[in-house]
Ligand binder design. Structure first.
Ligand SMILES: [Fe+2]
Ligand SMILES: [Fe+2]
Length: 331
């Protein structure tokens, strides 16, 4: 799916696991500053409009004049991009934790096995989603810098602990995946005939509270245990429940992005800012759609019915309810 010199390839953690975070970020920043400059140059030549979709979205003629950005961003447009950059840094922090343990070069085979029980593509998709979030954050900050604006830096807040399990890097985090509540209302929101805009309160099909989404340590969750379907003992059930929680959390994260960008983009005034928000927003919607589909496999036979022996959380068989609101193959 990825082109050879695509931004996501540049920021790929999976291709260069030894690369330090800061040097990777510098490389990404340099790359994106180059992209932004190159696109400005192309626009100056008046040829960019022919290949840009934002002009079509705006219903304009699609020439360079109509899509050209002003030299400086308005206060509001800069704030929109900074908000998005902060959200992307948080998204990236979540996905980096998942990628270290369960990505295509993940360091925890039992976790990777349990995730793969949801779908054989899980490690690859985790790695690609991680690359996307890193490139979103890097692009937004590089664009802000190119416009003379302050980029967003959340590094002072990277103070939360890492997992102690094999595969996890021991460094400060922005987010906590070790004990979380997952809002599952997205599962029913997009298939219900009721409308949240008219006051409908939609609940998820079950509840995930105080549950880890990544393995905590090697005692609780041995990194090399097998992960049969269904799990055959308490430790296998524990790891499978953790992976199932991750499967539902993936869709929760991306539902956030899928609803954030359409909300922000209506407030943009500069066509180029609009184009950035539309473009990243489309990727977030794609992420949400695919994770929604994969999560359903945790609550479908033959995997349905796993109970976490530590927290007591059970992943029910949602198809047994015989309802369109719950069935696991509905988008
Ligand atoms: Fe993103
Ligand atoms: Fe995303």
């Amino acid at each position: 799916m990825k082109e050879k010199n695509s931004p996501s390839a540049v920021v790929s953690e999976t291709n260069s696991p030894e690369t330090s975070h800061s040097s990777m970020q510098e490389a990404v920043q340099r790359h994106w500053q180059g992209v932004v400059k190159r696109r400005s140059f192309l626009k100056g030549l008046g040829i960019a409009g022919a290949t840009l979709s934002a002009s079509a979205l705006l219903g304009t003629e699609g020439n360079a004049q109509t899509t050209r950005s002003t030299a400086n961003l308005s206060k509001g447009d800069a704030a929109l991009l900074r908000f998005a950059a902060a959200a992307e840094l948080i998204e990236a922090d979540l996905w980096q934790q998942y990628n270290e343990l369960g990505g295509v070069q993940g360091g925890n085979p039992a976790y990777m096995g349990a995730l793969s029980n949801l779908d054989g593509d899980m490690p690859q998709y985790i790695s690609d989603n991680t690359d996307d979030e890193l490139s979103h954050a890097a692009f937004l900050n590089a664009y802000l810098i190119s416009k003379g604006e302050e980029p967003v830096d959340l590094d002072p807040f990277r103070n939360l602990p890492s997992s102690q399990a094999t595969g996890a890097k021991n460094k400060g985090r922005l987010t906590n995946l070790l004990k979380l509540n997952v809002d599952l209302s997205w599962y029913t929101r997009y298939r219900s005939a009721r409308n949240p805009d008219f006051g409908a309160k939609l609940k998820g099909p079950f509840t995930i509270e105080n549950q880890p989404a990544i393995p905590l340590n090697d005692t609780d969750t041995p990194p090399n245990q097998p992960q049969p379907v269904p799990p055959a003992n308490a430790q296998e059930s524990r790891m499978q429940a953790i992976a199932n929680t991750a499967g539902f959390h993936f869709a929760f994260i991306e539902q956030g992005g899928a609803s954030l960008y359409p909300t922000l983009l209506f407030k943009a005034t500069d066509p180029e800012v609009l184009r950035i928000l539309v473009s990243i927003g489309g990727v977030e919607i794609d992420h949400f759609g695919l994770w929604h589909d994969k999560a359903g496999n945790a609550v479908n036979q033959p995997l349905a019915g796993v109970t976490d022996p530590v927290t007591g959380l059970t992943f029910p068989d949602l198809n047994a309810r015989n309802s369109e609101l719950d069935q696991t193959n509905a988008p």
